[in-house]
Design a binder for this molecule. Sequence first.
Ligand SMILES: Cc1ncc(COP(=O)(O)O)c(C=O)c1O
Length: 355
Amino acid sequence: MAIFSFASAQAPLPPSVLAEIRDDLGPRRSGLSLLDLPFSGGEFEDIRAGAEADLRALLGLGDDYRVLFLQGGATAMFSLAPMNLLRRGETADYVVTGLWSRRAAEAASSQIDVRMAATGDGRSLPPPEEWRLSADAAYLHLTSTETAEGLQYFVFPDLNGVPVVADMTADFLTRPIPLAPFGLIYASAQKNLGVAGLTIVVIHEKLLRRVASEVPAPFSFARQAEARSKVNTPPVFAIAVAAKMLRWLRAGGGLVAAEARNARKAETLYSALAASDIYQCPAEVENRSAVSVRFQLAEAAREPQFLREAEEAGFLHLKGHPAVGGLRASLYNGVTQEAVEALADFLVDFAQRRG
Ligand SMILES: Cc1ncc(COP(=O)(O)O)c(C=O)c1O
């Protein structure tokens, strides 16, 4: 029986990337396994530089953006972003639309007097026209996809020079984005770019040296940029996996093609959910995420039975985030169309048998 994971983290890797990693665990051309690479060696530097070059090509990054390969996850960035970007007395606007942006705002509030630019209701997203921007904010923070609630922003306006700081953990490299609004983008790798342990930071050089001297070196974006992310031992294996994912994304047609693949998966799943009234999708249609599909049963009491039968049929990790309950299917870059079609068939079948 085929097994398909729809987990939010660790999300599945594309089968071909997984196979390549398996091969690289044995001796590579240099004689060393991928797990044995010293971070100070030329072989690792080639991998890191290749990953950076592929990321730059995918996003169309100019020399004015730096790419950092850090640790700590997006959760660490909730604190490190304000620590690196705000001078004493400065503050920032936060768009709070769900669990993860709330956590980002809460973490920042231990350092600054956070301004709420907008708050969401968990089912829809306040559109950019409704954000209340402070005249003196150093940046505006948003979460491009709220994974727990299954909400996604599709437009990113330029905010008249106020840089946007975005937690893109859930949809980084799942679609093309306009770069101009963004001063800082961060994303944990375990959803769309490989395995846990790596956090990608893309930062505009204008924001790089705002408060560098006050931040401890491993957490200083400026120091890490100078040291090519090697202030201390970087997550070598996670970077090597990300390098393979980036190569895979480029070979597969870049972000335009990734967006088309992800949109097709989402369409397959949302259509199957819409075909029976035993399923409900709480998110408003125009804000529904293509990568984190939140749903529930009209009769919530039957969800344990749904999850049990799904697991028996090979569909794993469909439980919703505990903060919102219900069900969820994560459709990140590594999830195949085949997996989503199999899940859609299961949903139709379950509805017929149990509806
Ligand atoms: C949007 C978003 N931000 C942040 C995080 C936290 O990531 P990490 O556990 O790597 O810190 C998650 C985790 O699921 C997430 O979905």
